[in-house]
Design a protein around this ligand. Structure first.
Ligand SMILES: [Zn+2]
Length: 379
């Protein structure tokens, strides 16, 4: 493992401190942890085209799963007080409630981000009446846009799945993969080789008929392929710089295979998972890795001039709180007040032409509807 994750020096790993509090007769268990990180720097674009009312050809939507204000603060101050996302000038908040639950899960919020419609927890690409609803790739691909998804979750994970699958249960793993060949995606990358090989052979064959399936990003088959599925061996913390590097790969792939522009969804999936486990150092590490992927997207947007990048989260996880930091020493300390999701608004950052339309407070479903309108799609 040659990632920066190894350079992360864990000073006092999750010194399991248990505090208790009484709120509405329910016990809240808080877990705390702290970390020292080696500063990875950040990128600040020129803002030359930021917020201008000029043509948007490409949209990159970046979803930090579980990335609430606490996660962003923790990563920013641990990283010397800076992140690429917090260098941006357009900022908003997103409300995440689902159709049937005040606290959403990733399936319902992913569906809102992917379709512009709220649905019930657990549902993917279907409305509360269980009717199939079109996702952004299905709306934009017929107009000449190439569309892609990339995630550090498994491809059947709720967030990536919301952009191609239509299932009434997020746990329908084989059904979700079976929806891939009929989807409107040009590029997909997420976990993993092992999961793909565990699928029924007929599903694997159907996918191979529609996608060139590769395990190595430098596979020469990439060049002449029309639809690509890149499956890494692992997407867990030992994955190396998979997310930032594959963000660049996805951008380059989609850029060369569209008539009108592209749409790419990039998910930093494991911020949420570390918050569920109340692992503070690993959570900071995952948020910093996601920020490197954001940097790749912002650098492309800066060079391109017609790319809009939107960064937000599907929900908050862990009731994550930054309790103390020494930015000059790369030190941060945090507390979790929950092992689950919370209904708090999540932050949004945007860069590029028309970014200002994403400032203020909005619903998660509004994001998709704005993206579709900006790219000239109709629902
Ligand atoms: Zn979660």
């Amino acid at each position: 493992m040659k990632t920066r994750n190894l350079t992360l020096v864990i000073a006092a790993l999750c010194a399991s401190l248990t505090l208790s509090a009484q709120a509405q007769n329910r016990e809240i268990v808080a877990a705390a942890g702290d970390t020292y990180v080696e500063k990875q720097g950040s990128y600040t674009p020129s803002f030359r085209v930021d917020g201008k009312n000029t043509k948007v050809r490409n949209v990159i939507l970046m979803i930090g799963d579980g990335m609430g204000v606490g996660a962003v603060n923790s990563a920013m101050y641990a990283n010397g007080g800076e992140l690429t996302m917090t260098n941006l000038q357009t900022v908003g908040f997103v409300r995440t409630q689902s159709a049937d639950n005040f606290t959403t899960d990733s399936a319902a919020s992913g569906t809102a981000y992917a379709t512009g419609q709220k649905t019930n927890n657990g549902y993917l690409g279907v409305n509360p009446a269980k009717e199939r609803i079109p996702d952004i790739p299905e709306i934009l691909a017929p107009l000449g846009y190439a569309c892609g998804v990339l995630s550090t979750d498994d491809l059947n994970g709720a967030t990536p799945a919301a952009f191609f699958a239509h299932q009434t249960s997020r746990n329908a793993k084989e059904g979700i993969w079976a929806d891939l060949p009929g989807s409107s995606l040009t590029f997909a990358s997420a976990g993993t080789q092992g999961i793909f090989e565990s699928l029924p052979v007929t599903t694997q064959d159907d996918i191979r008929r529609n996608f060139t399936v590769i395990y190595d990003p430098h596979d020469p088959a990439v060049r002449d392929s029309k639809h690509l599925l890149y499956l890494p061996e692992t997407v867990t913390l030992d994955r190396g710089p998979y997310l930032p590097q594959t963000t660049e790969m996805a951008i380059n792939y989609l850029k060369e295979r569209n008539k009108k522009g592209f749409f790419l969804m990039v998910e930093g999936a494991r911020i949420d998972k570390e918050e569920h486990s109340n692992h503070f150092p690993e959570m900071v590490c995952e948020a910093l890795d996601f920020d490197k992927a954001i940097e790749a997207a912002i650098r492309f947007a800066e060079a391109d001039g017609h790319t809009l990048v939107i960064i937000s989260a599907d929900h908050e996880t862990g009731a994550t709180i930054l309790s103390k930091a020494e930015p000059e020493n790369g030190y941060a300390q945090g507390i979790f007040a929950s092992k689950g999701h919370t209904p708090m608004m999540v932050p949004l950052f945007a860069y590029g032409p028309r970014s200002r339309e994403f400032s203020g407070i909005q619903e998660n479903s509004d994001i998709a509807n704005k993206i579709i309108a900006i790219l000239g799609g109709k629902k």
